[in-house]
Design a protein. Structure first.
Length: 147
């Protein structure tokens, strides 16, 4: 059988790569790299970057296992007295049944609906109320006139 030129070329390339591989193997045997543990170590610095130098032990901070929080931290129990706020009615439309109360402490405007009223109110009334978060923001409920 006659060999084609293409087949001869492939065999030459195969022999050349095999020879090259054998030479690299022999070179690795003759010149071994140091494989000590120190050469293989990698360190992480205080910013989280990988480094080849060990960290400065004077900058190391001890962290207690109890201080590590995985997930959402537990919410502190809310004191019911903190929920009760005082404010002034800045706007109230009795026909439409809604208005706004300006919080005395935070100075924020809080929406109030007719359904959240305990006593009838009007503009400039001093009131005591509680706040809950609704889909569009803070809502006042249990609104009473201030004694």
């Amino acid at each position: 059988m006659a060999e084609t030129w293409n087949k001869k070329e492939r065999e030459k390339k195969k022999k050349a790569s095999k020879k090259e591989k054998q030479e690299k193997k022999q070179e690795r045997k003759d010149n071994p790299k140091s494989t000590s543990l120190d050469d293989m170590m990698a360190y992480i610095d205080e910013n989280g970057n990988i480094s080849s130098t060990p960290p400065d032990m004077s900058k190391v901070r001890k962290i207690k296992l109890e201080d590590i929080e995985i997930g959402v931290p537990r919410q502190q129990d809310i004191d019911p007295a903190d929920l009760i706020r005082k404010g002034t009615v800045t706007f109230f439309n009795a026909a439409k049944g809604y208005g706004f109360i300006k919080d005395q402490e935070t100075q924020e405007s809080i929406f109030v609906h007719l359904n959240g009223l305990k006593d009838p109110i009007q503009e400039n009334s001093k009131v005591i109320f509680e706040v809950e978060m609704g889909p569009k923001g803070a809502n006042a409920f249990n609104v009473k006139l201030q004694p």
